[in-house]
Design a protein around this ligand. Structure first.
Ligand SMILES: *Cc1c(COP(=O)(O)O)cnc(C)c1O
Length: 392
């Protein structure tokens, strides 16, 4: 713990003093030996909990065989994973990379390239208020968050922001320059903000009728998080471009840009990267996909999500809080006052990790293989944390 005070590591946020040293399933331990029930899970990343056996085995087996061949040569795990992932997603082509921002940056490039080839040079991308698409210069410009891209002027051009969940506003923003609409099926970083029922399907029709691309950022909602493999499936929508990250690697850096064949127009030299199609990460990707893309597994997510939602609803009633939003195991609880950070601190003191997505909203993103008992335990601790905060 003494190490962290004088550490040269750049810090961008206030963290609790605890130093995490080990994890197993839904539990984390710090260097003092304190245990924490983890409903943050690497920011909706550790889809199978901490240090799952399938990931350990995939890492060990692949590491013994080949860690990295260079993107200049073919490797087996990347071709296998690309085949499995595109099939599961109903897409045709995959670019495999390391982070969500990298996948989204690639999606923006692919849409611009397609616009240049097939839509008279159209390049503009419409995004929704509150959206979060990453922390590179272009993905920050795509993100319609107040005081975000403005921090690093000049802002990358080519993005138009419209109100969230407003189809008419999107239609009004379309010009001959517009190439795509890019959106999250559920906005995670904004505090788990859902779209009206039928919106995605109507947007699919609108974009098709204008010969525009639909880009779904499934980085937080994909890989089983909402009870379907991808959240677009809830409305039977297939986008033209889909990005996936976070849960896809269950804790290791892995991300994917997926595209329909007609849109997949990168030419030699257009795209790449040192760690693209990395065999070690792709081996993990296959192991994770095999685990998650099973009817029984996804059904478990739906059941646990319903149980968590019910429990949060009961706490909301008891303490006169707000609504529960989200789907599957990506849920948020609204507070009538900006007390989310205080509740999060009180929970931390009681050995529970939750996230204050907004000053007045708690977010829950547990491991997808969480158990009923663990959810009940979380609800008991949250009850105590809420009671303590609201009595103050
Ligand atoms: C986390 C996230 C990103 C960025 O992913 P990184 O891996 O942090 O670059 C982009 N879009 C959404 C919806 C996210 O939740």
């Amino acid at each position: 713990m003494s190490e962290t005070g004088s550490s040269p590591l750049m810090q961008f946020s206030n963290k609790p003093k605890a130093v995490m040293v080990s994890g197993r399933g839904s539990w984390l331990w710090d260097e003092q030996g304190r245990s924490y029930l983890d409903f943050v899970q690497g920011w909706a990343v550790n889809s199978l909990g901490h240090s799952p056996g399938v990931v350990q085995r995939a890492l060990q087996e692949q590491a013994a065989l080949l860690i990295n061949a260079s993107p200049g040569y073919h490797n087996m795990p990347s071709h296998r994973f690309a085949r499995e992932l595109t099939k599961a997603a109903g897409m045709d082509r995959a670019f495999l990379c390391s982070t969500g921002a990298e996948a989204n940056e690639g999606a923006i490039k692919l849409a611009r390239k397609w616009g240049g080839l097939h839509k008279n040079g159209a390049f503009e991308i419409i995004t929704l208020q509150g959206s979060f698409h990453g922390r590179t210069l272009a993905t920050m410009a795509a993100s319609a968050k107040p005081n975000f891209a403005e921090r690093f002027p000049p802002i990358t051009p080519g993005f138009v922001h419209v109100p969230h969940g407003d189809l008419a506003a999107i239609e009004k923003a379309i010009t001959p320059r517009t190439v795509a609409v890019m959106l999250e099926p559920i906005q995670g970083e904004a505090g788990v903000v859902t779209l009206p029922a039928g919106f995605l399907r109507a947007l699919r029709e609108l974009t098709t009728s204008h010969n525009m691309l639909l880009i779904a950022d499934e980085i937080q909602t994909g890989m089983g998080r909402t009870g379907r493999l991808f959240a677009c499936e809830h409305e039977s929508v297939t986008p033209d471009i889909m990005t996936v990250a976070k849960g896809i690697g269950a804790g290791v850096p892995l991300a994917a840009l997926l595209a329909r064949a007609a849109v997949s127009c990168f030419a030699a030299g257009d795209q790449g990267g040192t760690y693209t199609a990395h065999p070690l990460m792709c081996a993990v990707g296959s192991a994770v996909l095999h685990t998650i893309d099973q009817p029984a597994f996804l059904e478990h997510v739906t059941r646990m999500g319903a149980h968590l939602r019910k429990g949060l609803g009961e706490l909301s009633q008891r303490y006169s809080l707000g609504s529960v939003s989200g789907a599957g195991l990506l849920l948020a609880l609204s507070m009538p006052q900006p007390i989310a950070a205080e509740v999060t601190d009180a929970a931390f003191d009681r050995g529970l990790l939750i996230n204050a997505a907004r000053p007045d909203r708690l977010r829950f993103m547990p491991a997808l293989n969480i158990t009923l008992d663990e959810i009940d335990r979380m609800l008991t601790v949250l009850d105590s944390a809420l009671g303590c905060t609201l009595r103050k």
